[in-house]
Design a protein around this ligand. Structure first.
Ligand SMILES: Cc1cc2nc3c(=O)[nH]c(=O)nc-3n(C[C@H](O)[C@H](O)[C@H](O)COP(=O)(O)OP(=O)(O)OC[C@H]3O[C@@H](n4cnc5c(N)ncnc54)[C@H](O)[C@@H]3O)c2cc1C
Length: 313
């Protein structure tokens, strides 16, 4: 397993979380190559770099994304397995991951920093929010660390490696042995079952710019888990210098843009025909539920709408 220490001086790598990283191995294509592919459909026309910028912005703004697929980005990623599992949900990739059937698993586990240890969010079932006292944070880290150590010791025992594991597994006493004296260990592919998903694994990952934009959009969003957000942001930092114009267009039209539902559009039209005072009155004169249901919005949608326009709700 590659350590953070080994990549720390490599400018193509960014350390992520406590033991992970993202590295840019190579890219195929460029802003110009995206334009060349697009011009097959639009004809040669003019080819100045200013024209390229206009063309790319047109492509991204209008969802004509196939020219962005004429690219490839190869990454080296080391992350906790629960992060890799979220990345693998993005099916438009090719990947090759470290094999825990073939090699011994890493003893590096993700231990969240104090500031990331938070309670379950009350209004987002997939998130964390609020604060926990300092003593409990310390306790949480200790409990996690101890669980990792116990799991790794169990892994070693199952592999037939007893040395160093006795303090966790004193079942080797002569009186009541759990395993026979000549226990050879079980296969790595089975022994790994006891390892938690916080363990680090590494992989090579290849994707086109178009599909990587999709991943970055979803996984750098505030709704995504903090840990994968760090990876999405690091990947974006690595690819920006390779495709600066595409990334600028992506920022302007996709990443920092919003799409509105039909109900939100109707509400927006009403706002534009009144002024902000009108909207504030609508919100304060009704309960949030009454306000939301007047526009066929859920409470959450109404709240998101107001947040988008910096209006208190
Ligand atoms: C905040 C957040 C929470 C999530 N929570 C969960 C969860 O609780 N449980 C869970 O299982 N997943 C969850 N996911 C994963 C999510 O449902 C998607 O699987 C993941 O984000 C990949 O998105 P995608 O399918 O658009 O991307 P990709 O797999 O990269 O696909 C890109 C696009 O290709 C097309 N495509 C690819 N494969 C197919 C196909 N088989 N059929 C049709 N079209 C296809 C689609 O248009 C798709 O948008 C979550 C994702 C996010 C961002």
């Amino acid at each position: 397993m590659t350590t953070q220490f080994e990549i720390i001086d490599n400018l193509n790598y960014i350390p992520v979380l406590d033991h992970g990283f993202c590295g840019l191995i190579e890219t195929l294509g460029s802003d110009d190559a995206v334009c060349d592919a697009a011009r097959v459909s639009y004809g040669a026309g003019t080819r100045s770099s200013r024209d390229n910028r206009g063309l790319i912005r047109y492509l991204v703004r209008n969802g004509h994304t196939s020219p962005l697929e004429m690219t490839a980005i190869k990454l080296h990623v080391k992350a906790p397995i629960f992060v890799l599992r979220q990345m693998f949900r993005h099916r438009t990739h090719s990947a090759n991951e470290n094999s825990a059937r073939y090699s011994i698993m890493s003893d590096e586990f993700y231990l969240p920093s104090d500031e990331q240890i938070k309670p379950q969010s009350q209004n987002n079932k997939q998130g964390r929010a609020g604060e926990i006292d300092a003593i409990s944070k310390h306790g949480v880290r200790w409990i996690m660390q101890t669980a990792y150590e116990n799991a790794y010791a169990a892994y070693n025992v199952l592999l037939g490696e007893r040395e160093g594991s006795e303090e966790h597994y004193n079942a080797y006493s002569d009186e009541s042995p759990l395993l026979s004296a000549d226990f050879p260990g079980i296969a790595r592919e089975l022994a790994r079952s006891v390892i938690p998903v916080a363990v680090y694994s590494e992989m090579y990952w290849q994707q086109s710019l178009h599909n990587m934009f999709h991943l970055i959009k979803l996984r750098s969003d505030n709704h995504a888990q903090y840990e994968i957000r760090q990876y999405a942001n690091a990947i974006y930092e690595l690819i920006k210098p390779k495709f600066p114009i595409c990334c600028e267009a992506f920022d302007d039209y996709v990443r920092n843009g919003v799409s509105l539902s039909h109900m939100e559009l109707i509400l927006l039209k009403e706002i534009l025909t009144h002024d902000q005072t009108w909207l504030k009155e609508q919100i304060t004169n009704r309960t949030p539920i009454e306000f939301a249901s007047a526009y066929n919005l859920t409470l959450r949608e109404a709240k998101d709408f107001c947040v988008r326009f910096d209006i208190d709700f």
